[in-house]
Design a protein around this ligand. Structure first.
Ligand code: PMV
Length: 355
């Protein structure tokens, strides 16, 4: 067991952590939030959470004593979720029983904008917990081990959050072709990639702001009985290798084919789950059609992806940003409630002041 000393005074820290977009998707899990296949994602930049974390020597008698505010307001449902998360990781971070926590968080993107915030929120929170651990550890962690453990804790909060702790691109899930890959935590994976991908654009085209009718947790569970599940897990692992090869070469055609097919496969799996469900909306299809038509007509390498929801991620290299800007204004904006311009980002950072 790592020896920890007990803090007598207040400890305060804040982290800003981004959302991410999976290029090869994680969909299906087992055990203690382990993925059924390996996945890789772009770390985003503008879509992020900021979390402020205050720990004081414990006063209450509850096992976990914390209060949580989201954008200045009490949110009992989120607070309960965080309490449960803290309880679930006590075997890893037992010191969480010894403090009273005041946690406050906010997102850079508007609330209910249809952007999933669990990856940014859980990674920001896990980084705060790790900063506390680092403060009270007798043997300090190296930066690499600090991030590895932050990714590990993030994974336990929300699988995809494990990938948000690294800049550019991160891979999560054990894969025989990638040494160091692990089901326990994500690893950074961008060193040998063509630099075109390190400032790729990822504009989020919001077509609906409503809550998902089926949560990710329920969606993962439905994969257990999906008749295509075992082929799907194999397909994802195979595709990961092809995608990485394309990203090393800078082969945008292959990159686009895989990324778009991954998005459509994810939604096809939902449609053929028992019970079946559909998260895309008519305007999702209008956007997909417009993006394909524009690409075929102009040759501009612009592609789409989807998360577990109806909103489109529009992906394109920086050198085409002016063309794509006009394309968005002329052909896409009419299908969107809102557009959040984003791109591949540099990963989390510690905040200098309180949020
Ligand atoms: O991390 P979760 O449990 O919200 O699952 C996320 C699943 C997808 O966003 C659809 C895919 C992924 O790999 O991020």
């Amino acid at each position: 067991m790592t020896p920890f000393h007990r803090l007598e005074n207040t400890f305060e820290v804040g982290w800003k952590s981004p959302s991410n977009l999976a290029l090869v998707k994680y969909w299906g899990k087992y055990g203690r939030q382990y993925p059924k296949n390996a996945s890789i994602s772009f770390t985003l930049d503008h879509a992020h959470s900021m979390t402020n974390f205050i720990a004081k020597p414990k006063t209450g008698t509850d096992l976990i004593d914390l209060s949580f505010k989201f954008e200045g307001e009490n949110k009992p449902a989120f607070e309960n979720k965080i309490k449960k998360f803290f309880e679930s990781i006590l075997d890893i971070t037992p010191f969480l029983q010894e403090y009273t926590f005041e946690i406050e968080s906010k997102n850079s993107f508007p609330h209910s904008s249809g952007i999933a915030s669990s990856a940014s929120a859980m990674s920001a929170l896990s980084l705060c917990i790790m900063s506390l651990e680092q403060e009270i550890r007798e043997d300090k962690l190296s930066e690499t081990d600090f991030l590895k453990k932050a990714s590990f804790l993030s994974r336990l909060g929300s699988g995809s959050a494990s990938r948000s702790v690294y800049p550019n691109l991160a891979m999560w899930g054990e894969h025989r072709a990638f040494s160091g890959s692990s089901n326990d935590y994500a690893i950074p994976y961008y060193d040998q990639l063509n630099p075109i991908f390190l400032n790729f654009h990822d504009d989020i085209l919001i077509v609906s702001k409503s809550e998902k009718s089926v949560s990710s947790t329920a969606g993962h569970a439905l994969m257990d009985d999906n008749v295509y599940s075992s082929q799907r897990y194999q397909q994802a692992n195979d595709r990961l290798e092809v995608l990485i090869a394309a990203m090393k070469e800078g082969n945008l055609d292959d990159f686009g084919k895989i990324v778009e097919d991954e998005a459509l496969t994810l939604h096809a799996l939902m449609m053929c789950s028992q019970p079946s469900y559909i998260l895309i909306e008519p305007n999702t299809l209008n956007l997909i059609k417009s993006i394909r038509d524009y690409r075929n007509q102009t040759g501009v390498p612009v592609y789409f992806s989807l998360d577990a929801g109806p909103n489109i991620h529009l992906l394109y290299p920086d050198e085409h940003k002016e063309h794509v800007k006009s394309f968005i204004q002329d052909d896409l904006e009419k299908y969107c409630l809102k557009i959040i311009e984003d791109q591949v980002g540099q990963g989390p950072s510690k905040l200098n002041s309180t949020i």
